[in-house]
Design a protein around this ligand. Structure first.
Ligand code: C2E
Ligand code: MG
Ligand code: MG
Length: 739
């Protein structure tokens, strides 16, 4: 049987999403306004405890405003009317098994609120959604309630609020950018000063009906930085001067004329023509055009209008430049940000040299931030960025999340070994010596025809692997990793649909008494037939359903369907048959399981003594206190219990003693090996009998096995020797033969 993956407890920075880290550390959206936090939980105590834990706290200098919802439906209404909701603290199981997850889908897919951060809090670790679910739903953090001490709650909330703020300001900026682009004239659509200036010369010459022959200079400090005044566009005899500082032109007359133009901040409408384009901060751009004819009054008038409108255009270009800078540059480190990295990745498909993308996440960065303060955290980021850029000179370094860097460069430079070596030496941060480690995920771009975002996703998958299993190390993305994650995501999506479309159904495998060969009961086994007719084995989809929180609903369906089938078998005259039903750990952990069972029995009107629940040995051993108490309740209903797959777990005799179970099922692996070695089968049978239990052997395929089991005193058998699991009509036919 495929073991379900262990559910990892996730650190603050382990659940890290590309989407979450889209941001730039930007100014606050509004001062002193409270952050709205919605607490969603059907347990009033959780609300009170959260209120108490968060009362009076400030996050990023602003108070919290706590809103409360006690069901998914109520939460939905609150989210809809609160545009500025920052964080949801969300319970999973409320009025429905997946009420919490449904709310998430609504928030993301219908309301399209991508900045809103969601922290999942769940009562039982058994409901942990797997990483894929978290990513699929864009859940930003996940905690079990018991994990959330006051301090951790505050820490999670702080990171969530920070991420929310970043994403909001990013959205704001994007809107601004779009507006400017839309409002631009044809000239301003030519991004960049140089193209703009080139355009101005072209238009100017067309206007005056002269050959393009002139140059345009930008005054010192017009753009970011403090470069000297330089030529930004030129044509005709001046073409070769582009980018040169004005002082190096060796054209004293031109230089002098331009300087005069700047100083006077006005144009001169006579040959040679000098035009001044002003900007808001008083630093202008000047054009020198070698017009070799007399300018007429009409020319002058046209030029005045042209200068005025071009000044507006220039202003827009500068603004656009600044916006581009903000959209593509990380404000703290002054290096490219995520947007820029995505563009580089998109542009890089023509790379000649093998190229690798690495994402690098500083381990325990939130702890550094929280214990040593944000200034120190910023200094750590600067130190890491410096080391990365000096050690990887041929690569582009970007900051793509609060503590996540992206590195894009030649594969021999961006490689696991070099990245790891980078962190071997201690860092000096604010006079302190600090050992820092980082986990990284790498993707080789070479043979991958993928978009920038897809490549980033792959790198994230690898990074996540590194953080979960190889902290402090580098892990390369492999197709398998992605495939596995994608496949499971598809499977999960398919499973949801299958459940809704009723493509999940039960088959029944007969069990019979070895003493007389007569049918004693059947075991209900779940089947999933996909739309294409293919079966997905239960060993594959049941663990998935457990992790996605679908198993309780699925299990309830199985209980009802199997009891109803038992009722139909009884109606057909098979009054002695029992129905064995497998139950999963998630079902047993759900409060009210016995009530669900009672309801299924009552609805089908079947005698409880003819229903047998199968629980596996490992389930019982995992949670002995809970399960043994539950078995007492189940026994009180009159339902019997079998321990399934016995012998594969590690439970001791003392575990078995504490369980009120009436039957042991020997796992089929031991039946399989009986012809070589029957010692385990012998032991299980002896053990069961000594505890007053009956024994069923699973997976009996040969007559020899059946005889040997009978000789050892095993009462009941099940297996292909007698029958495969059957659908109802075939089952009725089989039973008629074996009554
Ligand atoms: P299980 O409860 O131990 O079920 C017995 C499995 O052995 C079934 O596989 C059955 O088809 C298979 N089997 C029976 N006789 C033979 C045989 O002679 N030879 C061989 N090689 N195999 C035989 P299946 O149906 O694939 O189920 C696998 C497991 O999935 C089950 O193991 C059970 O743990 C789980 N499962 C199935 N249905 C349900 C369900 O409704 N709820 C829960 N919680 N688990 C289920
Ligand atoms: Mg079973
Ligand atoms: Mg079994």
């Amino acid at each position: 049987m495929i073991q379900s993956e262990p559910i990892h407890s996730l650190d603050d920075d382990e659940v890290l999403l590309i989407e979450e880290d889209l941001g730039l550390a930007a100014p606050a959206i509004g001062a002193e306004k409270p952050w709205k936090v919605l607490i969603v939980d059907d347990d009033a105590d959780v609300h009170n405890a959260t209120d108490l834990a968060l009362s009076g706290l400030l996050v990023e200098g602003r108070p919290l405003l706590l809103l409360h919802a006690f069901s998914g439906a109520q939460a939905r209404e609150i989210v809809e009317v609160n545009e500025d909701l920052a964080v949801i603290l969300l319970d999973v199981v409320m009025e429905a098994e997946d009420a919490g997850l449904r709310l998430v889908v609504h928030v993301r897919d219908v309301l399209r609120r991508s900045a809103l951060r969601i922290i999942l809090r769940t009562g039982q670790p058994g409901y942990a959604p797997e990483l894929d679910t978290i990513r699929n739903y864009d859940i930003n953090d996940y905690k079990t309630k018991s994990e959330l001490t006051r301090v951790r709650l505050f820490t999670s909330l702080t990171s969530a609020v920070r991420a929310y703020r970043q994403m909001r300001s990013h959205e704001e900026m994007r809107r601004g950018l779009e507006t400017v682009v839309q409002a631009s004239t044809a000239l301003t659509k030519l991004h960049g000063m140089q193209l703009f200036a080139q355009g101005v010369i072209g238009q100017l010459c067309a206007l005056l009906n002269v050959e393009p022959d002139g140059l345009i200079c930008a005054q010192a400090g017009l753009e970011e930085g403090s470069e000297p005044a330089r030529v930004i566009a030129a044509s005709g005899q001046f073409s070769h001067l582009i980018q040169q500082p004005l002082s190096e032109l060796n054209l004293p007359a031109v230089q002098q004329a331009l300087e005069q133009c700047w100083n006077e901040r006005s144009s001169r409408y006579e040959a040679p023509l000098l035009l001044y384009f002003s900007t808001e901060d008083g630093r202008g751009m000047a054009a020198y055009v070698d017009v070799r004819r007399e300018l007429e009054p009409l020319d002058r008038h046209l030029l005045e209008v042209f200068c005025a409108s071009t000044s507006v255009g220039l202003q827009n270009v500068l603004l656009y430049g600044r916006l581009v800078d903000q959209a593509y540059v990380d404000p703290l480190l002054r290096i490219p940000n995520l947007n820029r990295l995505i563009e580089l990745l998109a542009a890089g498909s023509s790379h000649v040299r093998p190229t690798t993308l690495a994402l690098l996440d500083i381990d325990e960065f939130s702890a550094i931030n929280d214990t040593l303060g944000h200034d120190f955290g910023d200094a750590v980021l600067r130190a890491v960025a410096e080391r990365l850029s000096s050690a990887l000179p041929q690569s582009t370094l970007a900051r793509i999340g609060s503590d996540v860097f992206g590195v894009l460069g030649p594969s021999d430079e961006v490689c696991a070994e070099r990245l790891q070596r980078l962190f071997a030496d201690v860092f000096a941060v604010q006079q302190q010596r600090l050992r820092i480690s980082a986990s990284s995920g790498l993707v080789q771009l070479a043979d991958r025809q993928r978009t920038g975002t897809e490549l980033l996703k792959d790198a994230h998958v690898a990074l996540k692997q590194a953080k979960l299993h190889k902290r402090g190390n580098a892990v390369y993305f492999s197709e398998l990793m992605g495939q596995d994650a994608r496949e499971r995501m598809h499977l999960l999506a398919g499973l949801r649909d299958a459940f809704d479309a009723q493509h999940l159904f039960l088959v029944y495998q007969p069990k019979l008494l070895l003493a007389n060969g007569r049918a004693s009961g059947v075991e209900a086994l779940l089947r999933w037939r996909r739309a294409d007719g293919q079966f997905v084995p239960p060993d594959r989809f049941i663990p998935l359903a457990e992790k996605a929180g679908l198993m309780v609903a699925l299990g309830t369906y199985v209980l009802h369907a199997a009891c109803n089938q038992l009722a139909r078998l009884r109606a057909a005259g098979h009054l002695e048959l029992s129905m064995a039903i497998n139950v999963s750990q998630a079902q047993l952990r759900e409060p009210g399981f016995t009530q669900v069972l009672r309801q299924a029995l009552a609805d089908a009107a079947v005698p409880p003594a003819q229903v047998e629940l199968e629980i596996t040995e490992s389930m019982a051993a995992d949670d002995l206190t809970l399960i043994s108490a539950l078995l007492v309740e189940i026994a009180a209903l009159g339902v019997t219990v079998a321990i399934d797959d016995f012998g594969t777990g590690f439970s001791s005799l003392s575990v078995l003693r504490r369980l009120q179970a009436q039957r042991l099922k020997i796992d089929r692996s031991f039946v399989d090996e009986m012809h070589k070695d029957d010692s385990i089968a012998r032991m299980v049978i002896g053990l069961g009998h000594s505890l007053g239990m009956s024994i069923t052997a699973e997976g009996v395929e040969t007559e020899q096995q059946a005889q040997a089991l009978k000789a050892l005193g095993c009462e009941e058998a099940q297996g292909w020797l007698y029958s495969r699991p059957l659908e109802e009509p075939a089952l009725l036919a089989w039973l008629a033969q074996h009554a």
